[in-house]
Design a protein around this ligand. Sequence first.
Ligand SMILES: [Zn+2]
Length: 109
Amino acid sequence: MSWVNRYVYERPTTPQVHQERVPMPDETCAGCAGTDVRRYPVATHMGPRMVVKCQDCMQVVRIERPGPADAWPPFRPVTMDWDASPAESVTRFLLGASADSTEEASSDE
Ligand SMILES: [Zn+2]
């Protein structure tokens, strides 16, 4: 996928736009044992994320950083997947491990 695809969008062909919630057939909810688990983009306090969520009880199964194929957020910055600069890495280290940095560290492995 070229970086151009992050910036060029076709005009919607439907009268209303909607977000498809992609079914995750191999996932099971830990809260209600439901199997209607879906993945879709969300905007959170940590920034744009992909959530895998039970559609029966709305329990979050997991939150992931969006990959290039997710096309989220719209107009995704070209530098979004770059590693942080050494100065930014030190700043994040000195500020301590937050929930967001823990999530990012585990998802980058
Ligand atoms: Zn559930």
